[in-house]
Design a protein around this ligand. Structure first.
Ligand SMILES: [Zn+2]
Length: 267
């Protein structure tokens, strides 16, 4: 008997929570783990003038034989897991009549129910709908992750455009951003220029009908998002700097009205 069998009475556990109610992974673990073969030192039966004890060699004789130590009964591993008849002796109540073991075991292993259970155990995992579903879910997850990765790449190009225009202090929008326009504004023109040399971006702009990232609303959203990130970055830098100097610069227009102010920090 192994240490694991001493601690866990696997057969009793399966009787308490049947195989059919377990998850696919649990089932797979049970099938791969194989049948427990406890010694059953307490299983004995008085014969004619002697006491018959359970012989562990029976496990070799009957490759399906298993037992519950706690219940002190013999079971069929195949039927315990896969029998259609859930309440038979070998799959539910257990067998303990050692005087008739050979006869009962020989009869059991040729029953249709046992043979069916044997086939189900041997082929478990090969053609299971669960495993095919698992495979389908895995493929769908892969496709989804691939799409998320591509979309992130596209979004990166869009933000690069916004950062470039912002850095060069160029305007974004055009008066006419329609596809017929000869000048669609800096943002759209820069994007289409990049798309000439970038097949992914070109494919995205020419095929995506739901989100192209070119609408005025998206341009503004990107500007606000980038501004927010930059603001947070500046705050962190200020927080970590030992000294901060603030310099305010202003210009006036021809009517001597405050036109714009420029704020810079030195750290
Ligand atoms: Zn059986």
């Amino acid at each position: 008997m192994t240490e694991g069998e001493l601690r866990v009475d696997l057969v009793a556990d399966i009787l308490a929570r049947p195989f059919s109610r377990r998850t696919f992974q649990e089932k797979l673990d049970l099938v791969r783990g194989g049948r427990p073969t406890p010694e059953l030192a307490n299983l004995s039966q008085p014969g004619k003038g002697f006491v018959r004890h359970f012989q562990a060699s029976n496990y070799e004789r009957y490759p399906w034989l298993t037992a519950s130590d706690g219940r002190c009964k013999l079971f069929c591993w195949e039927c315990l897991l896969f029998a259609k008849d859930k309440f038979s002796v070998w799959s539910y109540t257990g067998f303990a009549n050692l005087n008739c073991l050979t006869k009962a075991a020989t009869r059991h292993q040729s029953t249709a129910g046992h043979l069916q259970a044997t086939v189900l155990l041997k082929t478990f995992g090969d053609t299971r709908v669960d495993s095919q579903l698992n495979e389908q879910v895995r493929r769908e997850r892969e496709l989804h992750n691939e799409m998320v990765k591509k979309n992130r790449e596209i979004l990166k190009r869009l933000t690069d455009c916004v950062v470039f225009l912002g850095k060069q202090e160029l305007s974004f929008r055009g008066h006419d951003e329609s596809s017929q326009s000869s000048n669609r504004g800096n943002y759209m023109e820069l994007l289409s220029f990049m798309a000439e040399h970038d097949t992914d971006l070109h494919y995205h702009l020419s095929t995506n009908r739901v989100f192209t990232g070119t609408s005025g609303k998206i341009q503004n959203d990107l500007i606000y998002a980038i501004a927010e990130v930059m603001g947070e970055e500046i705050k962190t830098e200020i927080k970590n700097a030992p000294f901060v100097a603030v310099m305010v610069d202003e210009t006036t227009d021809r009517s001597v009205m405050l036109h714009s102010s420029h704020l810079s920090c030195a750290m």
